[in-house]
Design a protein around this ligand. Structure first.
Ligand code: SAM
Length: 292
């Protein structure tokens, strides 16, 4: 009987045995605090009725805890050097499959339909590689698959952007885009001492749950995303200035933009960071209607 993979002594033994050194370029920081792992599994409320996708199993510390709680775990690991490690560390579990693929390139709808029983719920749980946190979160929330929950660890600073409210410093396009589709909360903070090697900053577990009670939704989610990004292109400028960047700077365009803003009762001299998610949806839809 081995101690659990994520215990500090076992993690160090595995790294020594395989002559592994964590690759910074792939965001490899291994969690070695079993309490943190328990809390992640609990925050995601994993039961045997859940199928779980894990991004970046690493040496398998979180994967092991997920496998104990879940029906099945599918892990996407980009680093081929970790495959022999995972096949040894995770050998005691028969409900895990590791796929050696870049999560940003994986065809999730196809793989999910091949690997998972459709009548279980589907969650994503991961200690994310921090260098690609934003593209991963964007792909997960704006892709074709709807997850019942996404519970992921990221830098605390990025977690604060995801959960930010209007008129605060971290509030920006990422906050608006993510919150339009999801209820977002920080479950807990994880100190950098919970990892080998230690990252430079503290981390946070963020839980995203798809919103089910939206009163108004964007006509087109891709257009909404680029509209919001356009509104925040120049943070210090007014909304009108930013919208002229999106729609054009001629006097006619300026008048048309003011007309649409008037319809949705938004002041052109407001700064983008003062507007609520609902106001962005109302604006995006009003511009969509006026240009079609
Ligand atoms: N899950 C392990 C843990 O918690 O100890 C490791 C987490 S580590 C922060 C991130 C993991 O993601 C690494 O194993 C890394 O190799 C993997 N990774 C990095 N980029 C990836 C990508 N594009 N697709 C899939 N996995 C990736």
């Amino acid at each position: 009987e081995y101690p659990q993979i994520a215990s500090p002594t076992r993690t160090q033994a595995i790294l020594n045995q395989y002559h592994l050194s964590a690759k910074k370029s792939l965001g490899q920081n291994f969690l070695t605090d079993l309490d943190v792992l328990d809390n992640i599994v609990e925050a995601a409320q994993i039961t045997k009725d859940d199928n779980v996708i894990e991004i970046g199993p690493g040496i398998g510390g979180l994967t092991e805890q997920l496998a104990k709680a879940a029906n099945k775990v599918l892990g996407f690991e980009i680093d081929a050097n970790l495959l022999p490690v995972l096949s040894e560390t995770l050998a005691p579990y028969d409900n895990i499959k590791i796929i050696n693929q870049d999560i940003l390139k994986a065809n999730l709808p196809e793989i999910i339909s091949q690997e998972f029983d459709a009548n279980k719920s589907l969650k994503v749980v991961a200690n994310l590689p921090y260098y690609i946190t934003t593209p991963i979160v964007m792909n997960l929330i704006a892709g074709q698959v709807t997850f019942d929950a996404i519970v992921v660890m990221m830098q605390k600073e990025v977690a604060e952007r995801l959960t930010a409210v209007p008129s605060t410093k971290p509030y920006g396009s990422l906050s608006v885009i993510v919150q339009e589709l999801n209820d977002v909360e920080i479950s807990f903070i994880v100190p950098k001492t919970a990892f080998i090697p230690q990252p430079k900053v503290d981390s946070a577990i963020v839980k995203l749950s798809p919103k089910t009670d939206r009163k108004v939704t964007p006509f087109d989610s891709k257009i909404f995303i680029s509209f919001v990004r356009g509104c925040f292109m120049h943070q210090r400028k007014t909304l009108l200035n930013n919208l002229q960047g999106v729609f054009g700077k001629t006097p006619e365009r300026k008048a048309a933009i003011k007309e649409v803003l008037n319809q949705v009762a938004i002041d052109p001299s407001d700064r983008p960071e003062s507007l609520t998610v609902e106001q962005f949806v109302a604006m995006a839809n009003a511009f969509h209607t006026s240009t079609n």
